[in-house]
Design a protein around this ligand. Structure first.
Ligand SMILES: Cc1ncc(COP(=O)(O)O)c(C=O)c1O
Length: 392
């Protein structure tokens, strides 16, 4: 699949004509301690039944957290087993080795790389370092909320910018939203929970211009699922000296979500501004670092995951086509689609859980949307059977 937006697909999906996910008024989180926090227009349901319990014993298809079902790879498992006996020591030396490998792969110096126990840790640390004195953050809405939520929790104001009609970041509008108080722009590309991408050339030119005024955080958690990650990544801007922070994770294509390893790449000055406040390698587990090293050395596994992910996604999309559901074309390991108008989304989600299938539910414009992560082919078939049953 081409990773540039295929307009024919959009039109085929019918979602542009229908206005897609048009905008709902911003709402506050009912359960938030901070009543000032702004809620995304994609309101994530508070789930009051066991579907959110990932470890529910009856879960037959766990498709709610964009995990990769295929790993960890045999190489990672072996490296972790071998590393257990080093568990009495801090893993600084191994972290240094991993940083060196990442620096070489990304074409930057080791001072440009910071590791964390998952990229969430680095999203949060970046938010703390940028917003400890307040300010505002500009991002798309809907988008991944982790960094934005932490920013708001430490006192930032969120300036959400709606996606374009084809679900890309509205870069001109985001640039316009920047003001003298803006401390960071967050871009998630490909974007969770939508699965869409923003054109790489447009994003590069936006980053080059706007990062002169304010740092730009580009979250590339799903980059490796693209056909051409190298042309879509913003990492090259770092070695050119632009104030861009690129985040990656071992949770997705490497299938190591529970092992907790991620990294950011940024200019040495930007990395230092974060590590002056919080420590990088101290939160890391030596077994996971060794696992990440092994995973970087075994490219074949990731290549295979990508192929399997595409096959599961194509299968799901064909099934949805047959059933008459319009989905947003996805460039990731998840697909989001609206349920039929009169569906009671909560009842749907509960019924699916009772079939042992976990998905993530969103509400856009008071309509229930279902985000399905790619599992094994068997899990996708379980999902499809359960979906047919509960929507019959
Ligand atoms: C866009 C995005 N960024 C970051 C993360 C966090 O990943 P992790 O903390 O496992 O690296 C996720 C998790 O789903 C995500 O979707």
């Amino acid at each position: 699949m081409s990773t540039t937006i295929n307009r024919r697909n959009w039109i085929k999906s019918g979602l542009i004509a229908a206005g897609g996910i048009t905008l709902a008024p911003k709402l506050s989180w009912a359960s938030s301690a901070d009543s000032k926090r702004v809620n995304p227009q994609s309101i994530i349901w508070e789930v009051d039944h066991p579907s959110y319990l990932n470890d529910a014993p009856a879960m037959r298809a766990r498709l709610n957290a964009n995990e990769n079902p295929h790993g960890p790879s045999p190489e990672v498992k072996k490296a972790i087993a071998d590393a257990i006996s080093s568990g009495n020591r801090y893993g600084h030396g191994d972290a240094f080795t991993l940083i060196g490998m990442i620096a070489e792969k990304e074409g930057v110096s080791p001072e440009c790389v910071m590791l964390g126990p998952g990229s969430t840790d680095l999203l949060e640390k970046t938010a703390i370092s940028r917003f400890i004195k307040g300010g505002n953050i500009v991002s798309a809405d809907p988008s991944y909320m982790s960094l934005i939520n932490t920013a708001q929790a430490v006192g930032a104001t969120w300036k959400p910018v709606p996606l374009t009609s084809d679900y890309a970041h509205d870069l001109p509008a985001m640039e316009k939203a920047v003001d003298s108080e803006t401390q960071l722009i967050y871009v998630c590309n490909p974007n969770n929970p939508i699965g869409s991408i923003t054109n790489a050339e447009d994003l590069k030119s936006f980053c080059k211009t706007v990062s002169k005024k304010v740092p730009i955080f580009v979250d590339e958690a799903y980059l490796e699922f693209l056909e051409d990650p190298d042309t879509n990544t913003m990492v090259g801007l770092v070695s050119e000296g632009h104030d861009v922070i690129v985040a990656r994770t071992f949770s997705k294509i490497h299938s190591m979500a529970g092992l907790r390893i991620g990294y950011i790449v940024a200019t040495p000055e930007r990395i230092k501004s974060i590590t002056d406040m919080v420590r990088g390698t101290m939160g890391l587990c030596v077994t996971s670092v060794k696992g990440a090293i092994a995973s970087m050395q075994s490219k074949e596994f990731c290549d295979q995951c990508k192929v399997l992910n595409t096959a599961s996604r194509e299968y799901l999309c064909k099934e949805l086509d047959k059933l008459g559901y319009k989905y947003i074309p996805s460039y990731t390991n998840f697909v989001i689609f609206p349920l039929k108008k009169d569906t009671d989304g909560r009842a749907f989600s509960k019924a699916l859980t009772e079939q042992g299938v976990g998905v993530r539910m969103y509400s856009f414009k008071d309509e229930p949307w279902c985000r399905v992560s790619m599992g094994t082919m068997e899990e996708m078939q379980i999902f499809t059977d359960a979906f047919k049953k509960v929507t019959a």
